[in-house]
Design a protein around this ligand. Structure first.
Ligand code: DGJ
Length: 722
């Protein structure tokens, strides 16, 4: 079979001129083989003589000059084509049970077409089961300038009677050539999100996954040949799943040396019964390939998110400087104090004033109130409106915190509708932070939430929503649904979550939306296409933040990263206010102190820092971020932001602790910083440095920063001199 396929490819890979938009999907002359080409990668796929659709190659595009490639089914199923080239069973992308109990699938090629999805060419290949009424469409959307392809799968029960039980539907997989590989992925817990972890891929399966809707890491991964871990060069296969429910990515290293990477929704405790003519679509999975090391991955992912993914209404807008009341007041909010905070915030240069938790009925602590989304008259006797007007009259926009998906048992909503939460009869309802999770898969729950938040936005001049979600999913029972639909409840939940955000955004296009889940518990590309910002972590300690920022900025753009300056530090270190501001300026700057208590010195520092941030924020928010020194490598962090035309940059330098003088560590740390992303022939000047430098000098020779001592920081502006 392998030989037949190679012959077929040899014949077909003399690619003819039949080529899709932008020349990125090149079609073989029989119309049944495709070379997909991005800036540096090539993906080959073809139908063999038996009608099987085979993935032949993924990696450097130069290799496409050679015909053939490693062969594996493009869509791996439980059944017919599951064993290949002595690799044992491939991890399946589809597992189904037909009405007569048959649990194997056999696919054969039916049709294909190239069209456009969201502005990019997309190859669709349709396959049918050879006997049963199951149609499988697989999609590959090509993002050439970002060196990425996006895969997803749709299955349809084309029969007239009988359900097909889908026990697994992954979004897609890729195969890496035989080599020794290392995997880097990001995991974490509350307060310590996005911790990079690197592990060797040994024979067997390494799985990263989420089973309770809480994803304190990310599905983003990087796989590279062992030893090729240079920051700026070397092959990296990378990817992520754009999904906000349970997800799973497997890395299977076969005994033959190749690696299969497969990802999608996590079908742990999940199945979907496809009724006749019903369809199920997987979320989209991005795969990428670069030869520019981790920096290449960062540029591909963050540029794509910033330029193509973020909600279009706000995509190119400069993000405002925020004030958020959480760390200043917790639940203890009232009109008088909020107005006092807003007055000082305005004097400092803040543009958006956000009231966090505590403003709604009965919300004196975290034991009550969630679900009853009317204003607490004890705290705001005149309602929200007059306060918002006063804040607006100060020249500030107003924002508010909500947690739509949750309810406290101590609430009017729960007393009226105890069946609206996820639960199983005869089983304990497990609370987290004294709350339960509403079953948003229910249409009545959806309509309730839609009405309340629609009215809130309609009746008040709210320009910013902080959308929180604090409890992990437990007890995923939906007892009132038909038995055969109960295990697909999570899928419907996520659909309705997206629908709710999208509907509100459409109706209130001026409103900014921040995504929060006890800090960074639900940050992914699907949320990023619907929310403008992420609250990365409740940990606002500047030193911990330096690590968090370094990891976050590897994966996501800086204009989505809200960071507040707060008084309460995780480690009670009492670090300088200037240092805290410099740290928070690395993304979207916010302030979270009780600023009514600030003295003139603190106000002066804040005013100056906010003014500096406004002067450089276009570079930070719209530029590319280069992690020149990672705090995971040394006791300092240096990040450089370079604007799109490469004539301006901002260099953020933070010292963490001091190494002892003349210690091995100290002597191993080079004082020289080599900049990135500048134009070689342009002359630049740098704050605190005499004279001018060519971009080539700054990038190849480098400079030594005069910053000395622990917990010292400095932001250097770098500009072209004409
Ligand atoms: C958890 C969030 O991460 C915090 O920022 C804050 O909004 C609290 N919830 C409020 O309850």
């Amino acid at each position: 079979m392998k030989k037949a396929f190679l012959l077929l490819l040899c014949g077909l890979m003399a690619i003819f001129s039949l080529t899709s938009q932008n020349n990125v999907i090149k079609i073989g002359n029989d119309g049944k083989s495709w070379d997909i080409v991005t800036h540096s990668s090539g993906y080959r796929i073809a139908v063999d003589a038996n009608g099987d659709v085979k993935a032949a190659y993924y990696g450097s595009k130069t290799n496409l000059e050679i015909p053939g490639g490693t062969v594996a089914p493009e869509i791996q199923v439980r059944g017919g084509n599951a064993t290949y080239m002595g690799r044992g069973l491939l991890l399946p992308a589809i597992e189904a049970v037909f009405p007569d109990g048959v649990r194997e699938i056999e696919l054969t090629y039916k049709t294909s077409e190239i069209s456009e999805t969201d502005g990019y060419p997309t190859l669709k290949i349709v396959q049918n089961d050879k006997f049963y009424p199951l149609e499988v469409s697989s999609f590959i959307r090509v993002l050439p300038e970002y060196d990425m392809i996006e895969k997803w799968v749709e299955v349809v029960n084309t029969g007239k009677k009988g359900d097909i039980r889908i026990e697994n539907l992954m979004s897609g997989s890729v195969f890496l050539p035989k080599d020794a590989y290392e995997l880097t992925h990001y995991s974490g817990i509350w307060g310590y999100e996005f911790i990079p972890q690197t592990t060797k891929l040994t024979q067997g399966t390494k799985t990263i996954q989420v089973k309770d809707f809480k994803s304190y890491g990310a599905s983003t991964f990087m796989v590279r040949p062992e030893g090729e871990n240079d920051k700026y060069t070397g092959k990296v296969w990378f990817g992520l799943l754009s999904y906000s429910g349970n997800w799973r990515i497997d890395f299977e290293k076969f005994f033959t040396g190749q690696v299969q990477i497969i990802g999608g929704m996590n079908f742990w405790d999940q199945e979907v019964n496809l009724k006749p003519l019903q369809k199920l679509a997987s979320p989209r999975m991005l795969f990428g390939y670069t030869e520019k090391g981790t920096e290449g991955v960062t540029i591909c992912l963050t540029s794509y998110a910033r330029e193509k993914l973020l909600p279009v209404s706000h995509r190119d807008k400069i993000r405002p400087v925020l004030y958020n009341s959480w760390y200043a007041t917790t639940f203890n909010v009232n009109e008088e104090h909020q107005l006092a905070l807003a007055k000082v915030a305005k004097e400092l240069g803040v543009e958006m004033f956000v009231i966090d938790d505590g403003w709604f009925k009965g919300r004196v602590n975290d034991k009550a109130g969630l679900g009853d989304w009317t204003v607490d008259k004890n705290k705001f006797p005149n309602g929200l409106k007059p306060m918002i007007e006063k804040i607006n009259n100060m020249g500030l926009d107003f924002g508010i915190w909500i947690e739509p998906e949750m309810v406290n048992p101590n609430s009017d909503l729960y007393r009226a509708h105890p069946d609206w939460v996820f639960h199983f009869p005869n089983r304990q309802r497990i609370e987290g932070r004294n709350q339960l999770m509403l079953n948003l898969a229910r249409e009545d729950v959806y309509q309730y939430l839609y009405k309340y938040f629609h009215d809130l936005l309609k009746e008040n001049n709210i320009k910013f929503i902080k959308w929180d979600m604090n409890k992990p999913l437990t007890n995923p029972g939906f007892p009132s649904a038909p038995i055969d639909e109960q295990r697909s409840v999570r899928i419907k939940y996520v659909e309705n979550l997206y629908r709710l955000v999208e509907t509100l955004r459409k109706e209130f296009p001026d409103v900014w939306f921040e995504n929060c889940s006890s800090g960074g518990g639900r940050i992914d590309f699907a949320m990023m296409s619907r929310f403008d910002f992420n609250w990365v972590s409740d940990n606002t300690d500047p030193v911990d933040r330096i690590f968090l920022h370094d990891a976050y900025l590897t994966l996501f753009p800086a204009n989505t990263m809200i960071s507040w300056v707060t008084q309460s530090e995780w480690h009670q270190q009492n670090l300088p206010l200037e240092y805290k501001f410099d740290v928070s300026m690395a993304g979207v700057l916010g302030v979270g102190y009780d600023i009514t208590k600030w003295d003139d010195r603190q106000k002066k520092i804040a005013t100056e820092k906010i003014a500096l941030y406004k002067a450089i924020r276009e570079i930070v928010q719209k530029g590319d971020a280069y992690r020149i020194v990672s705090p995971f490598e040394e006791n300092r962090s240096v990040i450089q932001y370079v604007d799109k035309n490469r004539r301006k940059a901002a260099l953020f330098a933070y010292n963490i602790a001091d190494y002892p003088n003349n210690s091995v560590k100290e002597n191993q740390q080079s004082p020289v910083i080599k900049l990135r992303g500048l134009l070689p022939d342009v002359q630049y000047k740098i704050d605190d440095f005499k004279g001018t430098f060519t971009g080539k000098y700054l990038m190849e020779v480098g400079i030594t920063l005069p910053l000395q001592g622990a917990y010292k920081s400095k932001i250097y502006v770098i500009q072209e001199v004409k």
